[in-house]
Design a protein around this ligand. Structure first.
Ligand SMILES: [Zn+2]
Length: 60
């Protein structure tokens, strides 16, 4: 599984955590990018990603 954003192989891939569904297509994001997004891009990211995924990020 490769990260959609940085295109690196995702370590310890977890469908629960790393897979997001956007417009009915599945996208894999590595935990590194998830962390960066959660810290820096929360507002912009929220426009593009489902609410459930954002809530999951913000709890971390
Ligand atoms: Zn990544």
């Amino acid at each position: 599984m490769k990260c959609k954003l940085c295109e690196k192989e995702i370590e310890n891939y977890s469908q629960e955590f790393n897979q997001l569904v956007i417009d009915n297509s599945k996208v894999n994001i590595c935990s590194n990018c998830l962390t960066k997004i959660a810290k820096w891009q929360t507002k912009n990211f929220a426009k593009f990603f489902p609410t459930k995924a954002m809530k999951r990020l913000q709890r971390k």
